[in-house]
Design a protein around this ligand. Structure first.
Ligand code: DHB
Length: 317
């Protein structure tokens, strides 16, 4: 009876019926996208990263499917915080059980505080995106520990809503430790690991052109290519943070087995980006069932039971 297997999780004091949700980015910009997520089995509804003002984002083509994933340089196309306040308020009435996570991406520091103060009154949680790689002239803030520290400290004074943080990959143990030490100073509902890997190039062999246009053809890489990198970040942060901050794994989740790998590495939940873009909202039901099947094969009655249970080859437990 695999349906009896518990794949719920708790984030920021909210119980989510499924630990599998959408990642901020694909198919979560427009009201219709968000409604489709409310109607799906996604464990929560995560919005596209919003800015103070609406934005058209970068010129097309700005997204491409690749053999093992996707590349994007969307440029923060979004409806603006004011419209997301209206949309979330409306959808909350239609879908009172849905948990809404509003992703915010400031173009300057004050924007984070102003958006949090507003959207935190309607959304259940806020995902503070410190890792957008696609805005020309704007850094991925999470590589600046002092700025990140300041933003997380101040944003928590501006809203009652629990705060999650979206981070980039730190592929060096010194930076991982520095980031973990900084993050532990703050009250955080979760870490979302990881954002797309920025500034990657993909060549169309027919035309010798890059497959996307903006940013000199360079964009954020997602999908199967980045799963080992994301799993490494989940595993490293789980070891550094213990159970102090729940982790949501993002990167190359296509199947229940992918989710299971993330749980083993230390993820309380996962967010699905490229595969959701490619398959649409029905993916959440499919992956949830596959995860239940994997857990059943392993003799587990809940996903939680397997949290952080990754074994290291050659180490006897
Ligand atoms: C965009 C891409 C990201 O990876 C992100 O975190 C935020 C915004 C974008 O290009 O719109």
């Amino acid at each position: 009876m695999t349906h009896a297997i518990d794949i719920s999780c708790a984030i920021g004091g909210k119980k989510l019926p499924s630990l599998i949700m959408n990642a901020s980015g694909p198919l979560c910009t427009m009201e219709d996208h968000l409604r489709a997520l409310c109607q799906s089995s996604s464990g929560a509804v995560v919005t596209k990263s919003m800015t103070i003002e609406p934005r058209d984002g970068n010129p097309h083509p700005k997204y491409a499917d690749l053999e093992y994933g996707s590349v994007n340089s969307n440029g923060l196309e979004n409806l603006g915080v004011g419209r997301y306040m209206e949309v979330i308020s409306k959808l909350k009435k239609e879908f009172p059980d849905c948990v809404f996570i509003a992703s915010v991406a400031g173009l300057k520091e004050e924007d984070y505080y102003n958006m949090a103060a507003e959207i935190g009154t309607v959304a259940d949680l806020i995902e503070v995106n410190l890792s957008c790689p696609n805005i020309p002239g704007k850094p991925q803030i999470a590589y600046d520990m002092e700025a990140s520290d300041r933003i997380l400290k101040t944003i928590n004074t501006k809203t009652q809503a629990p705060i999650g943080v979206k981070l980039p990959a730190y592929c060096d143990p010194v930076f991982l430790k520095e980031a973990a030490d900084m993050l532990m100073k703050h009250e955080l509902a979760y870490l979302s690991l990881i954002n797309s890997i920025g500034h990657t190039v993909h060549v169309d062999p027919l035309t010798d052109e890059t497959v996307i246009h903006p940013n000199n053809g360079r964009g954020g890489l997602g999908g199967a290519y980045i799963k080992p990198i994301a799993l490494g970040q989940v595993h490293a942060f789980y070891q550094l943070l213990g159970n102090r901050i729940p982790i949501l794994g993002v990167g190359g989740v296509y199947t229940g087995r992918d989710v299971y790998d993330y749980v083993l590495a230390g993820a309380t939940g996962v967010q699905v980006g490229t595969a959701y873009m490619q398959e649409g909202p029905a993916i959440f039901t499919r992956i949830a069932q596959e995860l239940r099947n994997v857990l059943a094969e392993k003799g587990a009655r809940s996903a939680q039971e397997k949290l952080g249970m990754l074994k290291i080859r050659g180490v006897n437990t």
